[in-house]
Write a protein that binds this ligand. Structure first.
Ligand SMILES: [Zn+2]
Ligand SMILES: [Zn+2]
Length: 305
């Protein structure tokens, strides 16, 4: 399973329908949080994501709308009896901010919370995935992230295996695991019956940024690109000044990268009543786009072989 749940999709100012930034990914039961704006823990409750399987929080940058949810969330997990460590990853400043989160209020955390600072290109290795930090362009030190699932084993060719005299059962399993087996004094190698490894799924999260090279490169052939789409094109000047992106700019990037699905988020409060301008400006360039809503869920399937 790879499910993306949009917990907060608002821009710098929250609105009645949009919380500040937070996106949670459930990858085979492990929860990864990308940004953690104010109110994230209650959004997790509404979305029924659970909390205890949360292993890491990846912060894109330390503007308040991206991290204010952390102190409350880590306290709640302590009250709930969490024992497993939690890691907060982010750009420079992350260690210092993490120490502040830990001592904010008279709380006495019952588990370890550590801050790890990443530089562009750094890789965090998980059980089933890696997360790569991406250089982004915003008005404070900032990072985007690319979540890359580990490749899946290649397809097993049963007919070919039987043809080579291998009996279904333990020998099949051995070949699938990449080990040769001996049949009637003859060696059958895994590469004779197992296809090339198949790529896992890739989800890119831009955080707040101008359209930029590292996000474009990471998005090549990605399954999902979640990008700052703060404004419609009419606000191009302000988007540039405030170091955000317009729908049209992001659509061009998504088209060039060949992403399967573009999701625009960090929607400015000026589109509270109507996201039409954002959607239209994007669709002119790239058809496969969604404007995220709070509590929207997106299941990412494997590509057909
Ligand atoms: Zn923001
Ligand atoms: Zn920002």
């Amino acid at each position: 399973m790879l499910r993306i749940i949009f917990l907060g999709t608002g821009g710098s100012l929250p609105t009645r329908n949009r919380n500040p930034s937070a996106v949670i990914v459930n990858l085979k039961g492990e929860l990864l949080l990308f940004d953690c704006g104010e109110g994230t823990q209650q959004q997790m409750m509404r979305a029924k994501t659970g909390m205890m399987s949360l292993s890491s929080i990846f912060v894109s940058h330390f503007h308040a709308d991206h991290f204010l949810g952390i102190p409350g969330l880590i306290q709640t997990m302590s009250f709930l009896g969490r024992k497993e460590p939690l890691t907060i990853y982010g750009p420079e400043g992350t260690k210092e901010f993490t120490e502040v989160f830990k001592v904010l209020g008279y709380c006495n955390l019952k588990y370890e919370v550590r801050g790890v600072e990443l530089s562009p290109g750094d890789i965090v290795e998980g059980k089933n995935y890696v997360v790569r930090a991406l250089k982004t362009e915003h008005s404070t030190p900032s990072l985007g992230y690319s979540l890359i699932e580990n490749p899946r084993p290649g397809r097993f060719n049963r007919e070919k295996a039987v043809e080579l005299g291998v009996l279904p059962g333990p020998l099949f399993a051995k070949l699938q695991k990449g080990n040769p087996v001996e049949v009637n004094g003859k060696l059958v190698k895994p590469e004779e019956v197992v296809g090339a490894p198949r790529p896992g799924r890739t989800v890119v999260y831009s955080g707040d940024t101008r359209p930029c090279e590292a996000v474009l490169e990471a998005s090549r052939d990605a399954d999902v690109l979640i990008h700052d789409g703060s404004f419609a094109d009419e606000m191009a000047g302000w988007a540039e000044e405030s170091m955000h992106s317009t729908a049209g700019e992001v659509a061009s990037l998504a088209k060039e990268a060949g992403v399967r699905q573009l999701v625009l988020t960090h929607i400015s409060s000026r589109y509270t009543d109507d996201v039409g301008p954002i959607l239209n400006d994007s669709r002119k360039v790239f058809e496969n786009v969604i404007v995220a809503e709070d509590l929207m869920e997106l299941e990412v399937s494997y590509r057909p072989d």
